[in-house]
Design a binder for this molecule. Structure first.
Ligand code: BGC
Length: 739
């Protein structure tokens, strides 16, 4: 550390604790001696270690690096920053540690299917411990973009379509990454991204325009970010998109007024990769200098990768176009997180760290998480679980034994060699001789059908076929949107071909998004949705197939029957002509030259209806649950009151199972029209066979509130309260709210 820095830190910390005041005093002292160039340096993040970057670090001209992962190299860069730069301010090292570092958890969308915040928190804690040991301090996660469109590739990284569930699980990830203290050697600073409404890209096409109302922004897209800010997320990342004409990187109302002022949040905001400069192609900034001005004045504290800040801020400050106070605030925020991370004491990596074998405890978390993420969508005649003692299984398909593809998108550091595939796990569980295997297609997009006959032959020798299909990792994630979200390649034909062998067919889908399964659904006796399940996906799937564990996942997204139904989400508005199952005609039933108004004038598609194939919150178990006797402690709720709504849930099957009891509300009449249902609470419970439990929820006026014209209001009137096992299967009661 430089002599000057030691003097500054020492003068501030003498006889004082490391309280927030002391940190702010240290920052004041630092700011008072920093040159303009050094301040600007703190606002620049860059990828790599080129000679120019090395020199810039020496000059105090870089605040952060990303995508440098060799611990020895990182230590060398830190030494340059702390020992050779004038002030010795350490670098903060960022990395996309999205769903695991070396031990890969299921993709976030799969994690969301667990509806289990403790488990999600534990998964993030594992990722943080592994990454921090290598000198990474900061992850660009969680992604909190409410995702209503399955075409959008980044739905894989999301926590699904629901505002409340995304908020709860996102906050759990923040807690998991950040732990008790950011300065712990097992913690990472979290980054709530992408602020905001990135998931509302038109047509589900990545980076596309977002044009939504203020009410939709505040009611649907912002609350998960508020939840993560409240959970103490150290940083935020702005999104690539514009919202109604204003790119987030230049949106002062969003970044400064809402996040920093209204929410009183004191972390720092980073741009997305090149998003400051991308305001030029957006048509919002004239040139790089204008982009720097717009972004810094909006409150974007650090620029990722491009050079608008390092090249132009000096002049903008000197000309008074960007106020010095704005830059000082940005630097203060960056330094605050560097202090919180303990980087001034120890910014270094453990150069001995080695991931040849992953810690057993980490693999156990990954396995439990993968198990909890599996959603059983169909189980005709209880074909699952298979009999572990006797069933001979033909394992087919491109995803059965592909340790790379099961990891999913955004796996920069995970390694295929650690993956346990379903084929390996099945062989281990039931023995080699009862598992026959034919890949049939080399990869999911493959259209070469030449091995189908061989696959069918082995199915004839088995009691059942288990077909592993889906999407390769590269088919979802950033910039990987699809217009047709059916199974790629010849996979549907493979399933049909195998079905024709006459044996029971179990299909396991491993994918980064909800796929439209209408075509293949009739050919499947059972469907298990496994997302991209991560390192330990194989054992988790094998256990569920053979009843060693009981599926409990519930869908965090609606599953469209057909691609053209997207965007499809459960908490839509009613419209003036809600779809009515008894009052519309499918295309094939429309008589030739039928009269125009004979089709039922309601909101539906004549070829796809209106309903999802599988609704939000849906997921089967190996047992059954019965919901009874919904009771409400009062039918009147007052402004300062709460009331209790309770339901009895009974396990009516033969095995113990977990159930996610879901509570939804509907505001019948509002100053703005309200969604048909909105998730407001849930509880995950374990019930033994025959056991019954009463599950009760408190209803408060805040749970019934929505954003309208700049404030959160609960309007007097009738509200329906629903409790059930998924969005379509609920019991309900009506209450009245009065002020
Ligand atoms: C993505 C971010 C990511 C960043 C850094 C961008 O392209 O949108 O989510 O954190 O790159 O890799």
């Amino acid at each position: 550390m430089s002599v000057l820095m030691v003097a500054i830190l020492f003068s501030c910390s003498e006889n004082k604790s490391t309280s927030a005041d002391t940190v702010e005093e240290k920052i004041d002292s630092l700011l008072s001696v920093m040159t303009l160039e050094e301040k600007i340096g703190q606002t620049w993040q860059v990828s790599g270690t080129s000679p120019e970057i090395v020199q810039a670090i020496r000059n105090g001209g870089v605040g952060s690096l990303l995508n440098v992962t060799d611990p020895a190299e990182l230590n060398a860069m830190q030494r340059l920053a702390t020992e050779e730069s004038r002030l010795g301010i350490p670098l903060i090292i960022g990395r996309d540690v999205i769903h695991g570092f070396k031990t890969i958890m299921p993709i976030p969308l799969g994690q969301a299917a667990s509806w289990d915040e403790k488990m999600v928190e534990a998964g993030a804690a594992v990722a943080a411990a592994e990454a921090r040991s290598t000198g990474i301090h900061w992850t660009f996660a969680p992604m909190l973009d409410v995702s209503r469109d399955a075409r959008w590739g980044r739905i894989a990284e999301s926590l699904g379509e629901d505002t409340y569930l995304t908020g709860v699980l996102g906050a759990a990830m923040v807690r998991g990454f950040q732990g008790e203290s950011l300065s712990s050697p097992t913690s990472l600073a979290a980054c709530a991204k992408h602020f905001a409404a990135y998931g509302a890209a038109e047509g589900g096409r990545d980076y596309n325009t977002v044009d939504i109302s203020d009410a939709t922004l505040h009611n649907v897209y912002l609350p998960p970010f508020k939840a993560s800010a409240d959970a103490g997320a150290a940083t935020f990342m702005v999104s690539f998109n514009e919202i109604s004409g204003i790119p987030s990187s230049g949106n002062r109302e969003l970044v400064t007024d809402i996040l920093k002022q209204q929410w009183a949040w004191d972390g720092f905001v980073v741009s997305d990769w090149a998003s400051v400069m991308e305001m030029i192609p957006h048509g919002y900034a004239e040139d790089a200098a204008h982009a720097a001005e717009l972004a810094m004045n909006a409150g974007v504290d650090m620029e990722m990768q491009t050079t608008a800040y390092p090249v132009h801020l000096k002049e903008l400050i000197e000309q008074g176009i960007v106020p010095m106070e704005q830059l000082d605030d940005a630097v203060r925020r960056v330094l605050r997180i560097k202090f919180a991370l303990g980087l001034f004491e120890d910014p270094y990596a453990d150069e001995q760290v080695n991931f040849d074998t992953l810690p057993a405890a980490h693999l156990e978390v990954a396995r439990e998480m993968a198990t909890a993420s599996l959603v059983l969508l169909k189980n005709e005649a209880n074909i699952l679980p298979l009999n572990v003692q006797s069933t001979r299984v033909a394992v087919i398909g491109p995803m059965a034994d592909d340790g790379y593809e099961q990891l999913g998108t955004w796996v920069f550091d995970g390694e295929e060699r650690h993956s346990v595939t379903p084929l390996t796990a099945l062989r281990e569980l039931v023995g080699n001789d009862r598992i026959l295997y034919e890949k049939a297609l080399a990869y999911t997009r493959d259209t070469d059908r030449s091995s189908f006959a061989k696959a069918k032959r082995i199915v004839l020798q088995a009691d059942a076929a288990v077909i592993f299909v889906g999407e390769e990792s590269i088919l979802s994630g950033e910039a990987h949107s699809r217009a047709d979200i059916t199974l790629p390649g010849a996979q549907a034909e493979l399933i049909r071909e195998i079905k024709s062998a006459g044996k029971p067919v179990v299909v396991v889908v491993m994918a980064g998004r909800p796929l439209a399964l209408k075509e293949i659904e009739p050919w499947c006796d059972a469907i298990l949705y496994a997302w991209h399940p991560g390192t330990m996906g194989g054992p988790a799937i094998a256990d569920v197939l053979f009843g060693e564990s009981v599926p409990s996942g519930k869908l965090p997204v609606s599953f469209p029957a057909m691609s053209g139904q997207t965007p499809l989400y459960y908490n839509h508005k009613r419209t003036g002509r809600p779809a009515d199952p008894g009052n519309f005609t499918y295309m094939e039933d429309i008589p030739v030259r039928a009269f125009q108004t004979s089709l039922g004038n309601t909101s539906h598609y004549i070829d796809a209806g209106y309903a999802p194939l599988y609704p939000f919150g849906f997921g089967l178990s190996y047992t059954t649950f019965e919901y009874n006797a919904l009771t409400c402690s009062d039918s009147l709720l007052t402004a300062d009151g709460t009331l209790q709504v309770a339901v009895k849930v009974k396990n009516t099957g033969q095995v113990a199972g977990q159930e996610v009891v879901q509570l939804y509300v509907h505001d019948r009449v509002g100053s703005l029209t309200r969604p048909v249902k909105e998730l407001k609470a849930y509880r995950k419970i374990l019930l033994q066979p025959g056991e019954e439990q009463e599950v009760s929820f408190g209803i408060s006026p805040e749970m019934l509130a929505y954003w309208y014209n700049g404030e959160w209001i609960t309007e007097p009137g009738e509200f329906e309260i629903f409790i059930g096992t998924n969005i379509d299967n609920v019991l309900g009661c009506t209450i009245r709210f009065t002020e």
